[in-house]
Write a protein that binds this ligand. Sequence first.
Ligand code: SF4
Length: 118
Amino acid sequence: MIKKITCIECPKGCLLSIDIENCRVVKVSGNECPKGEKYAVQEMENPMRIFTSAVLAEGLSLKMVPVRTDKPIPKGMLAAAMEEAKKIRLKSPVKSGSVIVEGFLGLGVNLFATHSAP
Ligand code: SF4
């Protein structure tokens, strides 16, 4: 099976042709640099996404504080990440960039605030 996706690793946006057999990438073409092949394999075999959301705050200047992970997590974990984020209640002031949860979901990523809430 051939799948076509656009590489988003740089503004050039190469159209990648990905030959997939038994759920594994066997050939990538259309990429103008090695990053494209790496992106294609990652996207087909283990897609990752930065998780972004907002968590509840109590007694702070914002009712919801926007957050995101500092690294991508497996796409299949986004729903679990959302459920975990719903449980968080911020009760102390935070600055933009403050880590809210270290080792979020045991995935080796941190969840941090993207907005200050004094
Ligand atoms: S394959 Fe390389 S040159 Fe093409 S969009 Fe991806 S990163 Fe850019």
